[in-house]
Design a protein around this ligand. Structure first.
Ligand code: ADP
Length: 171
């Protein structure tokens, strides 16, 4: 049985992440989405909120679960019995960072294998940080995140952003 982890900040989870999760869950027996407790980034959502949004987004996938962690990622992998770490790669800037991290992780945990999935074309430019900027400026989020995540973002920033269809409303 092959267990994989998919670690990240997921602040918040996007359709880009969900696409990687779906694809990885069809390769491995079990996939654990690891929500890192304290990344070197300014977070918008608490760990509990990030976990809850991810859980709701992947509820239909039977072999996937979400768990937060605050240790080194390689230690988290060991703790949950994972042999593989999954990461998503968008453009070349992701590659450099992932490569550096992969080298360090290989040194720390030589037995943990890394599998990188290329982002699907429609999600190449989708990142949680850009998404937060769009949300802050009242942009429409519906094609980038699931409805519950869009609602959470609107709740934080702009309750009036992207209102429901105004069909039949005269201006
Ligand atoms: P981290 O802080 O670890 O980069 P993120 O939540 O930003 O956490 O990303 C987690 C993983 O998902 C990373 O491997 C990242 O490259 C990947 N990822 C982020 N957005 C996308 C996307 N749109 N398509 C595919 N992979 C993505």
């Amino acid at each position: 049985m092959t267990v994989a982890i998919y670690p990240g900040s997921f602040d918040p989870i996007t359709h880009g992440h969900i696409d990687i999760i779906k694809r990885a869950s069809s390769i491995f027996d079990e996939l654990i989405v690891g929500v890192y407790d304290r990344p070197e980034k300014r977070l918008l959502f608490s760990t509990e909120e990030r976990v809850r949004m991810a859980q709701q987004a992947i509820a239909h996938l039977k072999n996937v679960r979400v768990q937060s962690y605050s240790s080194l990622t390689v230690d988290f992998a060991k703790k949950v019995g994972a042999q593989v770490m999954v990461r998503g790669l968008r453009m070349s800037s992701d590659f450099e960072r992932e490569f550096e991290m992969a080298m360090m992780n290989k040194k720390l945990a030589p037995d943990l294998e890394l599998v990188c999935c290329m982002a699907s074309l429609q999600y190449q430019f989708l990142s949680s940080s850009l998404l937060k900027e769009v949300a802050q400026l009242g942009g429409c989020l519906e094609e980038m995140v699931p409805d519950h995540v869009a609602a959470a973002l609107r709740g934080r920033f702009a309750p009036e952003a992207c209102p429901p269809s105004r069909k039949g409303v005269s201006r």
